[in-house]
Design a protein around this ligand. Sequence first.
Ligand code: ARG
Length: 402
Amino acid sequence: MAKRAVLAYSGGLDTSVAVKWMQENLGVEVIAMAVDVGQERSEEDMDAVRERALAAGAVEALVVDARQEFADEYASKALKANALYEGKYPLVSALSRPVIVKHLVAAAREFGADAVAHGCTGKGNDQVRFEVSTRALAPDLEVIAPVRTWGMTREDAILYAYRNEIPITATKEKVYSIDDNLWGRAIECGEMEDPWAVPPQGVWSLTKQTATEPRDVEITFVQGVPTAVDGKPMGLVELIDHLNQVVGSFGWGRIDMVENRRVGIKSRETYECPAALALILAHEDLESICLERDLEREKVRMESRYAELIYDGLWFSPLREAYDAFIDSSQEYVSGEVRLRLEPGSCRVTGRRSDHSLYDYGLATYDAADEFRHEDSAGFVRLWGLGIETWSARQGPGSRNS
Ligand code: ARG
């Protein structure tokens, strides 16, 4: 049995109760670790989270700022892959779990812990991501999942917190389960568990529409990675933050879907990911002029598989690494600018350009500048259709005409 565990600590009800519960019921000393991946922290900063962990009984409380690492090593890879799970969800939570686990494992090594712990339930994807990632990085560590085993309802957990004088803000947490980071925000539960119910206005935070006048934003990419907005160079953390605000203020970037969880449950999910969706839209568009046709088609085929891998908790896997090698190679010439037009409730591409563009005006134009060799087409099209013509004559419509 484990003696000392590093717990992924969010500051919420479950992980606060978990600190005490693990000590009391498993005899495990808890080191609480909060990993900052760009959560919204309006009312409480990371210091307050740290204080709360200690008040709940943690022997040590650590806060790690992993925003830059998350942006540069995780979000940027997902962006290069245009990764959207089931065609819609940019993997907000799925992308953050592996970086959190990396830090849990590092802390376990540093503080001589023999286990890591998380506050996930048994019904979700996040337990899968935490545990598979831990087994990939540190198979010797035990994984403790108190929330999955303690059998307490939400009310029980609140009572437990009161009885043990664990500071919680349970009233504020309401009925929703929210997980957020730089890449977006996931809102689950409450009335939205009915897939027909309209999400209440109050669940949205990044995408409240305040802007009324249309506006353009120009995004610069270098080898598939965004580096500037409207000509202003920015690091990825700042750039994503900035786009969340700008694009979000147009009330754009919401997702309402029923998705297939790894554990076999269909679940109604709402997300708001203004920056992630705008960047994927722009990046994919830039690829349309920078990628040679067959490369583009092959990449598109693997993008959904890439998203599934990450969703299913297989970030640390040889297949993901191999996909990244392919994707990185594909991005060599994906540099240029994309213009997005923002209007209340909409965001669309209105232009793209690149020094490496494969768009050839002389070939594409119908004007006098046309350089395309029209005479080549007749023979090409004849050969292209030769097989079909033969089939038609012997077996298909052509054989029935005479
Ligand atoms: N359904 C999403 C996913 O599996 C979001 C999960 C959000 N997690 C949470 N604890 N609320 O990636």
